[in-house]
Design a protein around this ligand. Structure first.
Ligand code: NI
Length: 135
């Protein structure tokens, strides 16, 4: 029987949505306020979900202390209080939308999570806007 366990995390970060292949007018049309060349910030809330069988010895899918450390090491230490466009190499080549941030978080955690556990990322950019990966 599989169980999904969830852990919340939080980080603050700045970004700018901008496609270097487009001119200023097109970027403004598509991204509006999010295209501000001086950047803007969000208080991101992240939910990391891990799905797997309950270990009969521990009663856990994953020890929450281990999951907490993974999230800190693989995600929040890399993103918290950062300018995503300028300081995080993954966003040198892709636009730091909530969609792309969720995919990057997934890939970072996936690298260190045991293979038998499934992973899902839920990222809130605002209270009203959030994305989930995989969909
Ligand atoms: Ni934004």
């Amino acid at each position: 029987m599989k169980v999904k366990v969830n852990r919340k995390a939080h980080f603050n970060a700045a970004h700018r949505l901008f496609n270097p292949n487009w001119d200023d007018a097109k970027n403004q049309e598509i991204f509006g306020l999010c295209n501000n060349p001086y950047f803007h910030g969000h208080n991101y809330n992240l939910v990391v979900s891990v799905i797997g069988e309950v270990d009969p010895d521990t009663g856990y899918v994953i020890d929450m202390k281990i999951l907490k450390d993974i999230i800190e090491n693989e995600v929040t230490s890399k993103l918290d209080h950062k300018n995503l466009n300028m300081e995080v190499k993954e966003f040198a080549t892709q636009i730091p939308t909530a969609e792309n941030i969720a995919i990057v978080c997934y890939n970072w955690i996936r690298e260190v999570l045991p293979e038998n556990l499934e992973l899902k990322i839920t990222l809130f950019e605002t209270e009203r806007n959030w994305v989930e990966y995989p969909a």
